[in-house]
Design a protein around this ligand. Structure first.
Ligand SMILES: Cc1ncc(C[n+]2csc(CCOP(=O)(O)OP(=O)(O)O)c2C)c(N)n1
Length: 524
C-alpha cells in the first residue's frame, strides 16, 4: 500500500468513515485512495469552510470524528473559522491537510506557507508525518487525540510524497487509544452537595449551569431532580454544541446572549455550580458594562469540567441530595399553527413550533430571528438543538450537512440568518448532491441586523450613512430561491404566515433538501 491507502484503511478501521473534502494536487493520492478503500465516504464540499463545518456537525451527532481533506495552508485557512467553532464545541474532528512533498518545500513554491502555525490556532493536536511508513500510526494517534475527552480538533499534515510512497501498512486500532471521560473527584461532589443543601435558604441562591455533555438527557434529568429537591435554579450555557430537549425532557432555559439579560437571570445567585460549562462571560466588552453577568460576590465552583463525566457527576449529586425526587419533565405542548397574517420571525417560530418533527436536528444560526424559537419548541417532540458555539458565522448550512450525513434517518433543519447563510451558501450544493434530508429556512431581513444593534450598544459615534450602509444587505436584495435552485435545491419563498406553514410542512414531508426563504418585513 502507499501511504494514502494505508492511512485511509487505518481511519476506516477505527470508525472514521466520512471525509469532507476539497482537495488539490498535493492530495491526489489521498483522493485516489478513496477508490481503493470504498468504505470511506468522500463528500465534496465547494469551500473549505463547508468541509470543516460539516465535520463539526458530523462529530457533534456521531460522537466520533469525520475527516476533512484540505489543501495546504490556504485550504486550511479557508476552513479555519468553522474549525474554531468546532474547537469551542469540543467536537472530535480530524483535519487532514495535504502539503508539498518533503523535498519540494525548500523551493518555496507558491502554495508554501506555515501550515503548522495555522493549525495550531484551532487544534489540540498537530503532527506532520515525514515518512510513509509512519503515516498509519500517525493517523491512529490523530483519531485518538480527536476523541480525547471532551473532544478536539486533531490536525495531521500529510506531505504528498508521504501519500504516494509504497510500503506502508495499516495500523490496527488499539483499545487503549480511546479514553473515557474522567470520573469527578468525590470532593467536588461533596462541595456541590454542601452548597445545594443551603440552596433554598433566604439569600443563598444556587444556580447550576449546564454545558457540554451536561445538556444530554440523562444529565438534564439529574439536574432537574437536584433543582426540585433543593430549590436550585438550572440554566444552560448560551450556545450549546448539542442540547437534547423537548417533551418528556426537563426544560432548561439558556443563559441570554446579552450580558444585561444574563445578569437578570443570575440575579440573586450566591453559588454558581458549573457542570460541563465555563463560567459565563459577556460575548464582548462594551464601554461601561461588566465583562461577566455574575452578581458581585457570587462563588463559582466546578462540579465537572467539560472533559469529565458530567452526566455521571450530576447523577451522583442527585443521588446524594435528591434521592427520592423525580425530574420535572416538560409536557408535550406546542403552539397551534398560527392563522394567516404578516410573516415575521415570531410567526415563523410559531409555525416551526407547531410542526417540528420528532427526532429533528435543529442547526440554529438564525441570530436575531431566534428570539422566539426556544419558547415555542420547548414542548415539541424530542429533538437536538445545535448552536453556533464559537461566534464565527457561516456555520449553520455546513453543520446541517454533517449532521444529516451522521444521522441519515433524522430530519435536519437549518435555521439560517441571511447574512450568515451567504458565507457558506455553497453547502446547499452538497445538500443536493448528497440528497440530504435538510430543510433550510432563510430569514431574509436584508441586514446584518444584530450589528445594527451592536452599533448602538458599543456607543460608536455614527455621523453619516456609510456606517449603516455597511450593515445592510440590499442593493441588490439577495434572491435565495434563485441561489438554491441554481445549486439543485428545491426552493420557495414565503411572504405570509400561511405560505410559510404550507411550504414548511411540504418540505418536511418530502425527502431531500428544500430551502424556504422567509421574507421578513423591513425593520422599523
Ligand atoms: C466569521 C465572522 N465574521 C464576521 C462576524 C461579525 N458578525 C457578527 S453578526 C454578523 C451579521 C449577522 O447577520 P445575519 O447573519 O444576517 O443575522 P441577523 O443579525 O440579521 O439576524 C456579523 C457580520 C462574525 N461573527 N463571524
Amino acid at each position: 500500500m502507499n501511504g494514502a491507502q494505508a492511512v485511509v484503511r487505518t481511519l476506516v478501521d477505527c470508525g472514521v468513515t466520512t471525509c469532507f473534502a476539497n482537495p488539490g494536487t498535493s492530495e491526489m493520492h489521498f483522493v485516489a485512495a478513496l477508490d481503493a478503500v470504498p468504505e470511506m465516504r468522500g463528500v465534496l464540499c465547494l469551500f473549505e469552510g463547508v468541509a470543516t463545518g460539516a465535520a463539526d456537525g458530523y462529530g457533534r451527532m456521531a460522537g466520533r470524528p469525520a475527516a476533512t481533506l484540505l489543501h495546504l495552508g490556504p485550504g486550511l485557512a479557508n476552513g479555519l473559522a468553522n474549525l474554531h467553532n468546532a474547537r469551542r464545541a469540543h467536537t472530535p474532528l480530524l483535519a487532514i491537510v495535504g502539503d508539498h512533498a518533503t523535498y519540494h518545500k525548500r523551493f518555496d513554491a507558491p502554495l508554501e506557507s506555515d501550515i503548522d502555525a495555522l493549525a495550531g490556532a484551532v487544534s489540540g493536536w498537530v503532527r506532520r508525518t515525514t515518512r510513509s511508513a509512519d503515516a498509519p500510526a500517525d493517523a491512529l494517534d490523530a483519531v485518538a487525540a480527536a476523541l480525547r475527552p471532551p473532544g478536539e480538533v486533531a490536525t495531521l499534515i500529510l506531505p504528498a510524497d508521504v501519500t504516494w510512497t509504497d510500503g506502508a501498512e495499516p495500523a490496527g486500532p488499539t483499545a487503549s487509544a480511546w479514553r473515557s471521560p474522567s470520573p469527578v473527584p468525590d470532593h467536588q461532589i461533596t462541595r456541590a452537595a454542601g452548597a445545594l443543601r443551603g440552596a433554598g435558604d433566604a439569600g443563598t441562591s444556587t444556580t447550576i449551569l449546564l454545558g457540554g455533555t451536561g445538556l444530554r438527557r440523562s444529565a438534564i434529568e439529574a439536574a432537574s431532580r437536584i433543582a426540585a429537591a433543593t430549590g436550585a435554579r438550572v440554566l444552560a450555557e448560551t450556545f450549546p454544541a448539542r442540547h437534547e430537549r423537548g417533551a418528556g425532557i426537563p426544560n432548561v432555559d439558556r443563559l441570554a446572549y446579552l450580558v444585561e439579560f444574563a445578569a437578570g437571570q443570575l440575579a440573586g445567585t450566591r453559588n454558581l455550580i458549573l457542570a460541563g460549562a465555563s463560567s459565563p462571560v459577556s460575548f464582548f466588552a462594551y464601554p461601561g458594562k461588566p465583562s461577566t453577568p455574575l452578581p458581585p460576590g457570587c462563588q463559582v465552583q466546578v462540579l465537572a469540567e467539560a472533559g469529565d463525566d458530567v452526566p455521571g457527576a450530576l447523577a451522583e449529586l442527585a443521588y446524594r441530595v435528591a434521592p427520592d425526587t423525580a425530574p420535572l419533565v416538560q409536557a408535550a405542548v406546542r403552539p397551534d399553527l398560527p392563522a394567516d397574517g404578516e410573516l415575521t420571525a415570531e410567526s415563523a417560530a410559531a409555525v416551526i413550533g407547531a410542526l417540528l418533527p420528532e427526532g429533528a436536528i435543529v442547526c440554529d444560526e438564525s441570530n436575531t430571528s431566534s428570539l422566539w424559537l426556544p419558547g415555542v419548541t420547548a414542548g415539541a417532540p424530542p429533538h437536538d438543538w445545535l448552536s453556533l458555539t464559537g461566534g464565527a458565522i457561516g456555520q449553520g448550512l455546513p453543520l446541517a450537512t454533517g449532521a444529516a450525513i451522521a444521522c441519515p434517518d433524522r430530519p435536519v433543519l437549518a435555521l439560517e440568518a441571511d447574512g450568515s447563510a451567504m458565507y457558506t451558501a455553497s453547502a446547499l450544493w452538497t445538500h443536493a448532491r448528497e440528497g440530504l434530508d435538510i430543510t433550510t429556512v432563510i430569514y431574509n431581513n436584508r441586514a446584518y441586523a444584530i450589528l445594527n444593534m451592536e452599533l448602538e450598544r458599543t456607543g460608536a459615534p455614527v455621523t453619516g450613512t456609510t456606517a449603516r450602509d455597511l450593515l445592510e444587505l440590499s442593493r441588490p436584495d439577495i434572491d435565495f430561491t434563485a441561489l438554491a435552485a441554481g445549486m439543485g435545491v428545491s426552493a420557495s419563498r414565503a411572504e405570509t404566515t400561511a405560505e410559510f406553514a404550507a411550504q414548511f410542512s411540504k418540505a418536511l414531508a418530502e425527502p431531500g433538501p428544500h430551502l424556504i426563504e422567509v421574507a421578513l418585513p423591513p425593520r422599523g
